[in-house]
Design a binder for this molecule. Structure first.
Ligand SMILES: Nc1ncnc2c1ncn2[C@@H]1O[C@H](COP(=O)(O)OP(=O)(O)OP(=O)(O)O)[C@@H](O)[C@H]1O
Ligand SMILES: [Mg+2]
Length: 304
């Protein structure tokens, strides 16, 4: 990152590169205690080719401990890329990531995984389908430690397991030895959520984790998410396409657009937001794009 301290850059508005336009509420300068501080992240895929995509274009955000951020944005706006950048799935081109008081920008994914719990959209990601519920949870509980599954079968662990699985209220406590692949999508996502939060991660990343579920299961899993986040005071970043979820959950929202933060709401502004307000922001972005497109077409007609 050329010049400028992390705090300064985080407080700055959209850079010259940000075609997303005005930021309604610029992210505030981070407090020293921020659990997650993301400063000016850039990521381009297939740079220099016809397939070049500038997926992140200067994204900055700070989450204090216990913050719950909902990330909205159209298809391809950079939401999953942002989560992957934080999780360390790839290295960013520029920018810095601080997590739980450590700079993790150069850390490989497996090292960051000790601090991060992650749930994906696909209920089949993140679990071993042929292993039982108990074995999957034992792996999650022992993450980063020697994988001795005999321990998983100990009475004490099984009692804790049964207790935590019962709290999911999905009737799975009597099916601990069933293969996880035999469960419904909703049950699997509930278990994946339990696995991701078992060791109280510094950061919980949820990428449209209810998008593949039927409405009733989605509602159940959202209820569980709300409960777990509150119970363990987890710092959370949740991607969703549901305006309803965004309005109902969390204490802050960002809307990504073309790889940049277009809007950021927190505090009373967030609490006041309704679904209609969010839809209006999306409409604003759409109009801006149309204007950009027609301006570009006009320029082309005039000068080419
Ligand atoms: N590994 C990759 N290689 C090439 N391009 C990629 C890669 N990952 C993402 N992209 C591109 O980067 C852009 C942002 O993608 P991303 O997956 O972050 O969007 P998203 O906001 O999560 O969208 P969706 O709502 O559809 O999940 C898209 O144009 C996408 O095609
Ligand atoms: Mg995505």
């Amino acid at each position: 990152m050329p010049g400028g301290g992390r705090r300064d850059r985080a407080a700055a508005g959209p850079g010259a590169d940000s075609s997303g336009g005005a930021t309604e509420h610029s992210p505030r300068a981070s407090t020293p205690a921020a659990t997650l501080a993301v400063a000016e992240l850039y990521k381009t895929f297939n740079g220099g080719t016809v397939n070049e995509v500038r997926a992140l274009r200067g994204v900055s955000l700070d989450l204090p401990p216990g913050a719950f951020l909902v990330v909205l944005g159209g298809n391809g706006s950079g939401k999953s890329t942002l989560l992957s950048a934080i999780a360390g799935t790839f290295r960013v081109d520029a920018g810095r990531i601080h997590l739980a008081d450590q700079e993790v920008t150069a850390w490989p994914e497996h090292r960051r995984a000790r601090l991060i719990g992650r749930v994906f959209q696909n209920p089949f990601t993140g679990t071993a389908p042929h292993m039982s519920i108990a074995e999957n949870l034992a792996l999650a509980a022992r993450r980063g430690q020697p994988r001795d599954l005999r321990w998983a079968l100990s009475h004490r662990f099984r009692a804790e397991l049964r207790d935590r699985v019962r709290q999911l209220q999905m009737g799975l406590e009597d099916r601990l030895d069933n293969a996880i692949g035999s469960l419904s999508g909703g049950q699997r996502q509930a278990l994946t959520l339990l696995m991701a939060t078992w060791r109280n991660p510094a950061l919980l990343l949820l990428d449209e984790h209810t998008a593949a579920l039927d409405p009733k299961s989605a509602e159940q899993v959202i209820g569980l998410t709300r409960e777990m986040v509150a119970r363990h005071r987890l710092t959370t970043l949740m991607v969703t396409h549901s305006m309803q979820q965004a309005a109902n959950l969390g204490d802050r929202i960002v809307i990504l657009h073309q790889g940049a933060v277009a809007y950021h709401f927190e505090g009373a502004d967030k609490q006041r937001l309704r679904v209609e307000d969010l839809l209006a922001r999306f409409e604003e972005l759409r109009r801006r794009d149309l204007l950009d497109a027609s301006a570009a077409a006009l320029l082309q007609q005039t000068y080419l």
